[in-house]
Design a protein around this ligand. Structure first.
Ligand code: GLA
Length: 378
């Protein structure tokens, strides 16, 4: 497993002694899926799988960037636009910095880590946020956390994913032991205590990799925008999805109505889950996860056979309180709430049936809320 110390060592060997190091975590989301870009609520947290960076100024006008995970190096000029591979994240950030006149110059950068790429734990946002934090530190830009989140969201839109702000917000603002109840309309959040006792959250990575911009993700986002425009057309008092009720579904076609039904019910589930955590009612949290999965599968239609199989198989175990697909969908992970002492048994039998059914490996990651982005000098 690659560590921050490894990344620093590689930077020294390959380029020069780094002056800054950054650790950018991935994120998990307990509940509130596809609600972030629909003015809704989410309940994510940062996890202890990270992308590490080490960097130093190179006195040039270009960025030399080496990815340890891909064993690939490239040279990037601010004026160049890349739309492929890992370079596009760096390139998009540089375009946004140029737009806002943030002055930056060349760096030698090494990055890599143990956050699976394309596994639905937001490796792309970890790279984007990590690079922004690194530039902020090296060029004394005095960006606030909110600035960094907004710049990262804009940079990712530049890559072609019309996503919300859940990933970037939780990566930048994660707090150990707490989940973040984020109001995506207002951009405000509350920290929620997650007391799991003898239970735990665990991610089951289907190893079906996805590329959000290649999937139906943007189609979902656009359908919701069209639905909102239709609703506003009929009811001028509606300002956002926050004001929408089941009565408004009559103005929509059947696909739009399904998508909006998911948004309405998922937002209620987020609040129910927060109440259930406050009451220590983990069985209720589990039931909400299952309902969320059904809604994502049947109303929002962003699941896939592998995720449905994993979720259904997990529910077959008496040690699992609940499970659902997590993130954008069409691959990635299932998140489950289960008895910690039974994780090994549950994982072993699931790995076997999953391999037999899909000829795919299953990766299992126990997770708990961790601190967000850390930047420090070397
Ligand atoms: C992806 C996006 C997030 C969010 C989720 C679905 O992870 O990056 O902004 O929309 O999908 O909840």
């Amino acid at each position: 497993m690659i560590t921050q110390a490894d990344i620093i060592g590689i930077c020294e060997q390959k380029f020069r002694k780094p002056s800054v190091q950054v650790a950018a975590p991935g994120r998990a989301n307990i509940i509130g899926e596809h609600t972030d870009y629909n003015d809704g609520y989410v309940l994510p947290f940062a996890i202890d799988k990270r992308v590490y960076f080490a960097a130093a100024p190179n006195g040039q006008d270009h960025f030399s960037i080496y990815s340890t995970n891909l064993n690939k190096e490239l040279t990037l000029y601010s004026s160049q636009v890349w739309d492929k591979g890992f370079a596009r994240f760096f390139s998009s950030v540089l375009q946004i910095f140029k737009k806002y006149n943030y002055a930056v110059s060349g760096l030698d950068i090494v990055f890599g880590g143990d956050l699976p790429i394309g596994g639905g734990m937001s490796s792309s946002s970890a790279v984007t946020c990590g690079f922004i934090a690194l530039l902020n530190d090296q060029f004394d830009l005095s960006l606030s956390k909110t600035d960094m989140v907004n710049l990262a969201v804009e940079a990712e839109h530049g890559i072609g994913v019309e996503g919300g702000n859940m990933d970037q917000y939780s990566i930048v603002n994660g707090v150990k032991g707490k989940a973040i109840l984020l109001d995506c309309l207002k951009g405000t959040s509350n920290l929620i205590d997650i007391a799991l006792g003898d239970k735990m959250f665990c991610l089951f990575n289907s190893n079906v990799t996805h590329n959000l911009s290649d999937t139906e993700y943007n189609t979902r986002s656009r359908t919701c925008k069209v639905a909102m425009a239709k609703i506003k057309n009929h009811s001028q008092e509606i300002m956002s999805f926050r004001d929408v009720t089941a009565d408004h579904l009559q103005y929509l076609n059947s696909i739009e109505a399904k998508r909006v039904s998911h948004i309405l019910s998922e937002n209620l589930r987020v609040h129910d889950a927060v109440k259930a955590f406050a009451n220590n009612d983990l069985l209720r949290v589990g039931r909400l996860l299952n309902q969320s999965h059904e809604s994502l599968r049947d109303q929002y239609e962003v699941s896939c056979p592998e995720l449905d199989f994993l979720q259904a198989s997990l529910l077959g175990s008496e040690f699992v309180d609940g499970a659902r697909m997590m993130g954008g969908g069409f691959g990635g992970c299932v998140i489950a709430l289960l008895e910690s002492a039974k994780l090994k048994d549950v994982a072993l039998s699931l790995e076997a049936v999953y391999k037999e059914r899909f000829d795919l490996e299953l990766d299992v990651y126990p997770i708990k809320p961790e601190n967000g982005l850390v930047v420090s000098s070397v």
